[in-house]
Design a protein around this ligand. Structure first.
Ligand SMILES: [Zn+2]
Length: 114
């Protein structure tokens, strides 16, 4: 997997955590389940720091998708997009694309081959 995909997936994990911390109800439930939630500021600082390392065009694409979907970037598993479960064309798996970030033609999410 390319480094920038790895960064983007880490960024997404942070975004999901930030959303959970912002959601008071979820935060309360997680706390009552014994999870320790780190501060929102620390999470946002970490997010900003990570975002600086990602090429702007890629970050921009991700941000637009993340506004629509909770999970905007996904690994391809069993030749399917795990976002919408559509079977992907075999051309996706040719070596020419194996290091590229792909787009699901059905839902538009970003896909990578792990
Ligand atoms: Zn899809």
């Amino acid at each position: 997997m390319r480094e920038e995909f790895r960064l983007l997936v880490a960024l997404q994990d942070l975004d999901i955590m930030i959303k959970e911390v912002k959601d008071q109800h979820t935060s309360h439930e997680l706390k009552s389940m014994g999870f320790k939630l780190t501060g929102l500021k620390e999470l946002q600082d970490a997010r900003d720091h990570l975002a600086e390392k990602i090429p702007a065009a890629l970050l921009n694409r991700y941000d637009k998708l993340a506004a629509r979907f909770t999970v905007a970037i996904l690994p391809v598993t069993s030749n399917k997009c795990l976002g919408c479960f559509v079977k992907l064309p075999t051309s996706f798996f040719s070596s020419a694309y194996s290091h590229e970030l792909l787009t699901c033609e059905s839902c538009g999410r970003l896909l990578y081959i792990p």
